[in-house]
Design a protein around this ligand. Structure first.
Ligand code: VGL
Ligand code: ZN
Length: 215
């Protein structure tokens, strides 16, 4: 069987209860994440890693509040929509750290994203509107991975965009239900249905372990 990779999306202090952009019930994903990490041979974590002057932070715009949507312009002149967030995952801050309770030594690669001040980056594969591609696809191709299992935060942003790109980059993509939570919990079911319609398999954790990680 071709190797299966487990992708941990942005499981960082700022997205957990008490963090600056806490996802409701974010910490509830931990047991499922542990179950998968116990069995997976290739584990890659993404890490939101913003400079303090990042365009996605509401504080960096005058008279704007977190969760407002604005239009920004990339250097090439194109416009895009940007949701504004509380400052989060600032490089080298406590909030940017991966959760200490995850076994760090079993994570082989950490892919950082969101370093470009002017461009946000939800997917682990590329920043928004594909201004740049990260090393994630290269790591997966070099390991001859054909299936990725995705968990992490948040279901309606970075997990969603990572799953959609995983399908685009040609991977069979499996999202583990108990392994994710949404910034807007009322969006969770719709997000799962949308991802399913785009070719993502949405399963529970025991099914994922049994089907993809048991050897
Ligand atoms: C995320 C909003 C801003 C996420 C990251 O990890 O889902 N959401 N930055
Ligand atoms: Zn971010």
């Amino acid at each position: 069987m071709a190797p299966v990779a487990l992708i941990l999306v942005d499981i960082q202090n700022d997205f957990i209860e008490g963090g600056s952009l806490a996802v409701p019930e974010g910490s509830k994903i931990i047991p499922a994440v542990h179950k998968l990490m116990d069995k997976a041979k290739l584990i890659i974590a993404t890490q939101d890693w913003h400079p303090a002057d990042h365009v996605s932070f509401a504080v960096n715009h005058t008279n704007k509040q977190p969760f407002e949507e604005i239009t920004i312009q990339y250097d090439d002149g194109r416009d895009t929509k940007q949701v504004l967030w509380p400052a989060h995952c600032v490089q080298n801050s406590h909030g940017a750290k991966l959760l200490e309770s995850l076994p760090r030594q079993s994570i082989q690669h950490i892919v950082q994203k969101g370093m470009n001040t002017k461009v946000d980056s939800y997917s682990g594969f590329a920043d928004n509107d594909y201004q740049e591609i990260t090393s994630l696809a290269k790591i997966l191709y070099q390991n001859f991975v054909d299936t990725v299992i995705v968990v992490g935060l948040a279901a309606d942003y970075c997990v969603k965009m990572t799953c959609l790109d995983a399908v685009k980059f040609g991977f069979k993509t499996v999202l583990v239900k108990e392994g994710t939570r949404a910034v807007a919990p009322d969006q969770l079911d719709a997000t799962m249905e949308y991802l399913h319609s785009k070719g993502v398999e949405v399963v529970d954790v025991d099914h994922a372990v049994k089907t993809y990680l048991q050897q």
